[in-house]
Design a protein around this ligand. Structure first.
Ligand SMILES: Nc1ncnc2c1ncn2[C@@H]1O[C@H](COP(=O)(O)OP(=O)(O)OP(=O)(O)O)[C@@H](O)[C@H]1O
Ligand SMILES: Nc1ncnc2c1ncn2[C@@H]1O[C@H](COP(=O)(O)OP(=O)(O)OP(=O)(O)O)[C@@H](O)[C@H]1O
Ligand SMILES: [Mg+2]
Ligand SMILES: [Mg+2]
Lengths: 228, 228
């Protein structure tokens, strides 16, 4: 369970204050499959970064399974970020000097574990996102949508309990997006992974179980009451 | 008019040959408003890069207003790229050390011309894409969709005759995308600019005058016969 309580995030820019998030409270239960929508600049990436412990709020609290994340020792926060939380970045953030397989396996370097198992798992994930024929390519030898799919595979290598995906299908065609969404839905339905997807695709949002809409840094709609 | 004749683009990767484009022939008339669609990896970015003289084909010819682009002196090619062709990159390619206004005005440094006129034009374009309140921000202080809109403004600063846009609305919400598309359609209808948009959004494609579909590096559909 992730709970955000009264989260505010402010940036200062040339004497102005920008309220990227303004008193946001939100609870996401384990195993939920939800989407976050809203206008460009409404605060979606900021919200996801705070959920994923990549950024500290200006004020407010983040509870991970009941524990206040801000009060955890930094080593514990880093462990959650590295092992329990998978993150797909809006800009992919692949390492340009590593090939596709190296990028997907990179998180494993910090967690030990069997290298051959890791390699098998990486190959399976690359197959699932349709990229197993490109394992030796480097990111600059891939199309935008191909890089995005590698970023999705990488986010799942540690079997995270929570997957946060910032527009994970923005760079792919409709058919590939539907296939990726089925895979993400399966993680929630079958593996109990909590999956939160930021998207601009309203059809995609409609096919998740719950949609939270942001506007100017606030939650203005939440379909949480409407479970099917 | 841009004419591609028998364009092939191959990459060599670890002993394999990848046919990014395979014998593509295409004519785009002045003032047309068209979309290019296709699966992730089907060759759309490669096609656009070749139309924009950013990349040379492995074989085949590119004619710009009847002149074979490959036979032009490099200085003339550079002038076409810099002045007649506007390009919106799939990855934006904003300069991280310049602010929004500096990024939009950057192409003007190479063409001389009145600085105050250039500044007025830049502000007008930023207003048109909804970014005039962020002129002092740097790219890393903007959301993904905000960076994308700055890239669109920059592509138009030289009043290009040809605008090539690689997924120009992929990172913005539906409403912002519709507003940007209206602006791009206006360039074609009112200013006679040739506008070619790569997109994964099939609604967006349907609202252009013509759609070319790529699959595995080939043109498999072209609605050019169906003008309204
Ligand atoms: N430098 C390179 N070396 C090897 N292969 C490459 C290179 N650049 C591109 N490719 C390959 O060429 C093919 C076409 O790439 P392109 O970027 O044109 O696709 P695209 O249609 O724009 O895809 P997307 O919708 O994902 O952006 C892809 O299979 C890609 O992996
Ligand atoms: N470092 C920063 N300094 C100043 N303002 C910032 C900074 N980072 C983000 N912002 C602002 O905070 C607001 C929210 O940004 P955020 O990236 O969360 O939006 P978003 O909803 O993800 O947008 P998009 O759909 O375009 O990706 C935006 O107005 C953005 O300009
Ligand atoms: Mg964002
Ligand atoms: Mg592309």
């Amino acid at each position: 369970t992730i709970e955000l309580r009264n989260i505010t995030k402010q940036y200062r820019q040339a004497g102005n204050v920008i309220n990227a998030l303004d008193d946001v409270s939100l609870t996401i239960d384990g195993g939920e499959f939800l989407s976050i929508v809203g206008r460009s600049g409404s605060g979606k990436t900021t919200l996801l970064d705070i959920c994923g412990l990549l950024m500290r709020p200006t004020s407010g609290q983040v509870f991970i399974d009941g524990a206040d994340a801000a009060s955890l020792p930094e080593r514990r926060r880093a462990e959650l970020r590295g092992r329990a939380i998978g993150f797909v970045f809006q800009e992919y953030n692949l390492i340009p000097t590593l090939d596709v397989l190296g990028n997907v396996m990179l998180p494993l370097r910090y967690s030990g574990g069997d290298r051959r198992d890791g390699r098998d798992r990486a190959m399976g994930l690359l197959q699932a996102v349709g990229m197993s024929d490109r394992v030796g390519h480097r990111p600059d030898q891939l199309s935008g949508g191909q890089q995005q799919r590698v970023a999705i595979a990488r986010s799942l290598i540690q079997r995270p309990a929570l997957l946060l995906a910032d527009e994970p299908t923005g760079a792919v065609d409709t058919q590939t997006a539907a296939e990726l969404l089925d895979m993400l839905r399966g993680l929630s339905r079958e593996d109990g992974v909590t999956v939160a997807i930021v998207t601009h695709d309203l059809d995609l949002a409609a096919s998740t179980d719950r949609t939270v809409r942001l506007q100017d840094g606030r939650v203005v709609e939440d379909s949480a009451g409407v479970r099917v």
